[in-house]
Design a protein around this ligand. Structure first.
Ligand SMILES: Cc1cc2nc3c(=O)[nH]c(=O)nc-3n(C[C@H](O)[C@H](O)[C@H](O)COP(=O)(O)O)c2cc1C
Length: 218
């Protein structure tokens, strides 16, 4: 076994799926923001967003969004809006990184906004997964951590509707996504990746997925 060495990386971005968050601006137009500090548990999700993002303003005001998950084939669309913000003027921390203001990020990405069923924010039609979501609580992340440079909001969301491309649905159970068919776009240390093949069989996957289903609302 190789002995580990101590290093001091500027970022710890080990690889997570990309999410395109659509929200509604003050004037009723849509914003679309790539991000990937997101994790999923039950019918919920936690997003880590810099406070300087337009999306955070929109989420605080409207309390809803759509979480669009692009497959790895959409890396080009994501990259076209990678250094853009819906905030005008561009906040100083984003200006320092060379971001520009773009009013129509759906247009810049080349993605198509389509209406949602519950929330006002549109879905991105080309994304294989589109989840409508409502804000539960917004937490301050990193407020006591000197290793965090900017203010970050940890945004807890409740998923209220899940739309998927039928091509990724399991052939034996139409309620389930088939992980062999879902090809998420991954961001690792600022580079785009796809997934490889399954590495081994999974003991957790032997348990029925239904055991994780939350009880229906009372
Ligand atoms: C693939 C990718 C992943 C990103 N991940 C995050 C993230 O997790 N959190 C974040 O605050 N910004 C992230 N960014 C930068 C955001 O896109 C940036 O904050 C942008 O300002 C958000 O758009 P908005 O200001 O219109 O809301 C990411 C950008 C890209 C291209």
């Amino acid at each position: 076994m190789t002995e580990s060495i101590l290093i001091d990386p500027a970022i710890l971005y080990w690889g997570t799926p990309v999410v395109l968050v659509s929200t509604v601006n003050e004037d009723g137009t849509a914003n679309l923001a790539p991000m990937s500090s997101a994790w999923w548990l039950g019918r919920g999700c936690m997003l880590g967003f810099t406070e300087s993002a337009k999306s955070v303003k929109n989420l605080r005001r409207t309390k809803e969004c759509v979480l669009n998950l692009p497959s790895s084939s959409l890396a080009g669309a994501v990259d076209r809006i990678a250094r853009t913000t819906g905030n005008n003027p561009v906040p100083p921390d984003k200006e320092w990184l060379g971001f520009e203001y773009v009013a129509d990020k759906f247009g810049r990405a080349g993605l198509t906004p389509v209406p949602s069923t519950i929330v006002a924010a549109p879905r991105a039609a080309e994304c294989d997964v589109q989840m409508e979501a409502a804000v539960e609580i917004i937490h301050a992340y990193g407020a006591t951590n000197p290793g965090i440079r900017t203010k970050i909001a940890a945004i807890e969301l409740r998923i209220v509707a899940v739309h998927v491309n039928p091509d990724i649905v399991h052939k034996d159970d139409s309620r389930r996504v088939d992980p062999d068919l879902w090809r998420p776009l991954i961001m690792s240390f600022r580079e785009f990746y796809g997934l490889g093949d399954r590495v081994t069989s999974s003991r957790l996957a032997e348990i029925s997925e239904e055991r994780w289903r939350p009880p229906p609302p009372a």
